[in-house]
Design a protein around this ligand. Structure first.
Ligand code: HEC
Ligand code: HEC
Ligand code: HEC
Ligand code: HEC
Ligand code: HEC
Length: 215
């Protein structure tokens, strides 16, 4: 009968096989970890067809977010601006800039600039900007300091756990609706009490039931 686990030198291949399996488990663990939503998406900052800078336009020039993202308070989706919005200024400013060539082409040919989407939810998740922006959740809470970004990146995981963290304890996050688009917002010292009052007064109850977010 051949021995199943031979002694001495013959044990080496088995040991290395065991080692490889253990290593494999660690590798799978790492891959799992890094490819979980926290790691695949946060920091995602695709190069855009035009080097449009929020730092310049929303930061230095101080344009309000709603000047371009006009639908955020009314609809589920936050629209991107049409080329016309850019041309309001760029028919007069930087009319020859190479960086704006694709915008002029889009305007001349009446075709949209093909901006690349940064933040994603899977199709099976229901999300509405209006429901959040009108209930005290600021852009900054979910998108970070966009006014400091030359290139927009995703700053929050947008995972189910992340949504639910706030839905369970909204008093820790809400701000007055007037401050929805303010960047670098600082809560007053008593904001938790104010939020608790507002939540009770307006009956703000972020849903925890599955069917609210998943049909
Ligand atoms: C002058 C127009 C303009 C203004 C003002 C503006 N944006 Fe944008 N925004 C854009 C354009 C164009 C894009 C698409 C290109 C890009 O991602 O940089 C965009 C993209 C974004 C995205 C990424 C969308 C995605 O694909 O996930 C976010 C988030 C965003 N803007 C938030 C803001 C916030 C917050 C403000 C206010 C502080 C703001 N924007 C002000 C024009 C504007
Ligand atoms: C309210 C006016 C205004 C609007 C609206 C506006 N811009 Fe600008 N943009 C400016 C100003 C001012 C500058 C800086 C000009 C300078 O530095 O000489 C600028 C600079 C730029 C530059 C850099 C040009 C260069 O090469 O130096 C790009 C690219 C640009 N804008 C893209 C856009 C896009 C795309 C939109 C629409 C989504 C847009 N802008 C909307 C006023 C505006
Ligand atoms: C509660 C979190 C949250 C708040 C508050 C929020 N956003 Fe978003 N935003 C998201 C998520 C999540 C997505 C991706 C949606 C999708 O793919 O369906 C997104 C996508 C976007 C997009 C891309 C277009 C779209 O709708 O997919 C823009 C532009 C944008 N947000 C701008 C803004 C602006 C401007 C504000 C503030 C007025 C804001 N957002 C407030 C979470 C938020
Ligand atoms: C920072 C806090 C915060 C975060 C983050 C947040 N929410 Fe909410 N959510 C709220 C508040 C506040 C309301 C309003 C509740 C009300 O109207 O009573 C709300 C309402 C909702 C509603 C009910 C309104 C509607 O559109 O039908 C849904 C669905 C929802 N959120 C989904 C999401 C999803 C999906 C995410 C993550 C991608 C998310 N939320 C992230 C605070 C948050
Ligand atoms: C506040 C909104 C919200 C609620 C409530 C919610 N989900 Fe989710 N769920 C999400 C989001 C956002 C994702 C997408 C996560 C991602 O992209 O990684 C998700 C993803 C999922 C997935 C896909 C697997 C995964 O983890 O990526 C399953 C399954 C799921 N949810 C089941 C449920 C069940 C069951 C409930 C009720 C107990 C529930 N969800 C309640 C927002 C919600």
């Amino acid at each position: 009968m051949p021995q199943l686990f031979p002694k001495g030198a013959n044990a080496l291949p088995i040991l290395s096989l065991v080692g490889a399996l253990a290593g494999g488990v660690v590798l799978v663990g790492l891959v799992w970890y890094y490819f979980s939503p926290e790691y695949t998406d946060v920091g995602y900052a695709p190069e855009q067809p035009v080097p449009y800078s929020h730092r310049l336009h929303a930061g230095e020039l101080g344009l309000d977010c709603r000047y371009c993202h006009t639908s955020v308070e009314r609809f589920a989706e936050a629209n991107l601006p049409p080329t016309e919005t850019c041309m309001n200024c760029h028919e007069q400013v930087q009319t020859q800039a190479l960086s704006l060539q694709p915008v002029r082409k889009s305007w001349a040919e009446d075709t949209p600039v093909e901006w690349i989407k940064v933040n994603f939810l899977p199709d099976y998740v229901h999300f509405s900007h209006a429901a959040h922006v009108n209930n005290g959740v600021g852009c900054e809470t979910c998108h970070g300091r966009v006014d400091l970004m030359d290139v927009v990146s995703q700053v929050e995981p947008l995972s189910m756990g992340w949504c639910l963290d706030c839905h369970r304890n909204p008093e820790e996050q809400l701000r007055p609706d007037e401050a929805a688009t303010v960047m670098g917002y600082e809560h007053p010292a008593d904001f938790m009490e104010r939020n608790a009052e507002r939540i009770a007064r307006e009956g703000i109850r972020p849903p925890l039931n599955c069917s609210a977010c998943h049909y």
